[in-house]
Ligand binder design. Structure first.
Ligand SMILES: [Zn+2]
Length: 66
């Protein structure tokens, strides 16, 4: 656990190995999604970034069907 780089009062377990920083739920997202990162395969931040995009996409397609 560590504290968010933008919110020192928030504890979080999302750790960016590349920058060695922690990001809270609000700040969660890869800082360089288009740049190669050797930590990406095991990066929780990257994993959550992808997951969130998928959720957003599913929500958009779901509302389009209604
Ligand atoms: Zn934050």
């Amino acid at each position: 656990m560590g504290r968010c780089i933008n919110h020192p009062d928030r504890e979080t377990s999302y750790h960016c190995l590349k920058y060695n920083i922690y990001l809270c739920d609000e700040c969660l997202g890869c800082r360089d999604p288009k740049i190669y990162c050797k930590f990406r395969s095991s990066c929780i931040v990257w994993f959550m970034t992808k997951k969130n995009k998928k959720i957003a996409y599913n929500a958009a397609s779901a509302s389009a069907r209604v």
